[in-house]
Write a protein that binds this ligand. Structure first.
Ligand SMILES: [Zn+2]
Length: 157
């Protein structure tokens, strides 16, 4: 195998999880050996940094403390914006449940029905209102019969 190893392969070798053929390439190839040594050194620095206990806040330099506080405020603001954005998104989604969008197929069916009624040949007068039954009020009818004579006399005036 003449191709040089990928960074991931170098890392796997460091973790002891790579094939023997790749380890053999690492032993033969000075370029990969140099990259591997650099990777090992970087991992050592990262590991050392992570193991160090953080300094107590009381001994922080004021400028570093201020920067730390600024970062904390920025993190809190970012969290608020993220949660607020999520809330707005959820609210917007819930609107579609509360106010479902009008079904256009129903509206089209209704318009077709109205169009059919208006263009019907039986409705030669062209007025849809004439198809409505006249309003009936029993009290008016009874009063009308009782007061027929009065209305006639009033009409005569
Ligand atoms: Zn190589």
């Amino acid at each position: 195998m003449n191709r040089c190893l990928r960074d991931r392969t170098l890392w796997l070798i460091h973790q002891g999880e790579s094939e023997e053929s790749r380890r053999a390439h690492l032993r033969r190839c000075p370029r990969c050996e140099t990259r591997y040594q650099r990777l090992v050194q970087d991992l050592r620095v990262i590991d050392q940094t992570l193991r160090e206990t953080p300094p107590s806040p009381g001994v922080l330099h004021p400028a570093r403390a201020l920067r730390g506080r600024t970062l904390a405020v920025a993190a809190v603001l970012a969290a608020i914006v993220a949660v607020g954005g999520l809330e707005v998104w959820m609210w917007y989604q819930s609107l579609s449940w509360v106010q479902p969008r009008p079904d256009t197929s129903n509206a089209e069916a209704f318009l077709e029905e109205v169009s059919a009624v208006l263009s019907s040949p039986d409705n030669a007068s062209g007025s849809a209102i004439t198809m409505l039954p006249p309003p009936l009020d029993v009290d008016d009818l009874l009063e009308g019969q009782e007061k027929e004579g009065e209305q006639d006399s009033l009409g005569g005036m």
